[in-house]
Design a binder for this molecule. Sequence first.
Ligand code: NI
Length: 253
Amino acid sequence: MRLQTVTWQEVESYLEGSKGVIIPIGSTEQHGPTGFVGTDAICPETIAKGVMEETGAMIAPTLSIGMAQHHMAFTGTITFRPTTLIAVIRDVVESLHRHGFERFFFLNGHGGNIATSDAAFSEIYANFSLGVSGTDRSPPRCTMVNWFDGPDIETLSEELYGEANGAHATAAEVSLTYYAYPEDGARIARNSKLEPEIAPWGPIRDADDYRRRFPDGRIGSDPTLASVADGKRLYDTAVSEVSRRYRDFLAED
Ligand code: NI
């Protein structure tokens, strides 16, 4: 079920059978010369739809803006500062918790969200521990799963691209978005190689420092290797792996 296309009575009925919800979370940020600005939101949203079909999970609206301050020197990027994202995650979880949801599975597409989401989960647990959110309900439990770092998807990404997958604007994530939006992918995809073919690696700090170290936006990747056919394989693998991890999360003590 997609929360956006069911009635409130259908949400009530769903809650009689499951307390779980999947919340895709991403970012709106540059992804190099051949990747969509929406890459990090499109990937988890696309995979979540497949997981919904496989597990019957409720899918919440995608949180498509994340913590992306380091990409702000590239046009089109939108960022929440960490404190804003913490507040957004808290309000989303506490809204759904009030309705009876208890297991919050964030399916993440952006490495820059991880530390902030961990802090948000601690805030949510602190509110419960301190009695701020009321102790008459079952406690909320949150987890964040990155679609790109499960063992199966890592094995496939390595098999397809080896070292050239990289860390940002990866060949794998660009493939997945081309699979989801093939016409836009065909418009952007370049036949010629980027220079250098594999982008540099380095630390991530502020936006201007990032642009100086990584002039075209990529880190460690050669996304010209991306293809729709690879995207389909990555999609199938991610749906199956994330479905397993979602079921495990619901079954936890
Ligand atoms: Ni990305």
